[in-house]
Design a protein. Structure first.
Length: 243
């Protein structure tokens, strides 16, 4: 997916035009060109941009506030915000069907879960991305959210809720799989994806950030070069060393 579209779907409704312009400047010139352009940047340009914008102007990234003036037949509060505060009690306000169909307060496009799933599966079927990272990312989200729910079932949201809310699946299919910043071998891909999914749930649960997807992707991007050192063994080389 083009980087500009990814940035657009991450932004809340009604952000000021100047913030979009600043975001595009950061993404193109700092996120990409400063490091040599396509194939050379160390972290995802969109996630770098989003993180810088959130830290600099957090008042413009409140999805609940952005949609207050809209008449919509859903609870008008960010699903992650209420689950972060009330746990299972907050989760009870939303059915999984509503979350799947995008009937939730989120950014412009990252809450359209069904369409994100369809797009992600199409990318896998067309061999545009590998299945390893999305699968491991989803397993990481499910595993960590299950552990937290077992520890504190009253204050921890369910695995299904984490999967269907906000940017989880957008991160699994479209953000973590960016070719320049992700590993290239199967085992590193699985480790990379699983750690990303688990980290996302931890940031949602214990940090001051509502979602934390940008910081999750940036952190695992820095892991990718180290994980790529895990390479497949070449059969037959052992005989050469002993010859």
């Amino acid at each position: 997916m083009p980087l500009a579209i990814l940035l657009a779907v991450m932004l809340p409704v009604g952000v000021p035009w100047w913030l979009v312009v600043i975001g595009c400047f950061i993404m193109i010139f700092i996120g990409k060109k400063l490091f040599g352009g396509m194939g050379a940047y160390p972290v995802h340009p969109v996630m770098l941009t989003y993180a810088m914008l959130v830290i600099s102007w957090p008042q413009h990234f409140d999805n609940t506030k952005a949609l207050l003036s809209y008449n919509w037949d859903v609870p008008m509060i960010d699903v992650l915000q209420i689950s972060k505060t009330y746990g299972l009690n907050g989760e009870a306000l939303f059915s999984w069907q509503d979350l799947l169909m995008g009937n939730q307060v989120a950014a412009l496009g990252n809450g359209m879960v069904l369409f994100i799933i369809i797009g992600g599966l199409m990318l896998i079927l067309m061999n545009a991305i590998s299945w390893h990272i999305p699968t491991a990312f989803i397993l990481g989200v499910v595993g960590m959210s299950t552990i937290l729910q077992l520890i504190d079932p009253e204050l921890s949201a369910s695995p299904l809720f984490h999967l269907l809310s906000a940017s989880t699946l957008l991160g699994a299919f479209f953000l973590a799989t960016e070719t320049t910043t992700s590993p290239v071998n199967p085992i590193p891909m699985l480790i990379y994806g699983f750690f990303g999914g688990a980290l996302l749930v931890l940031l949602r649960s214990f940090s001051d950030h509502i979602d934390g997807i940008a910081f999750t992707i940036l952190i695992i991007n820095f892991m990718a070069p180290l994980l790529d050192r895990i390479t497949p063994r070449i059969c037959g080389m052992e005989l050469g060393h002993h010859a």
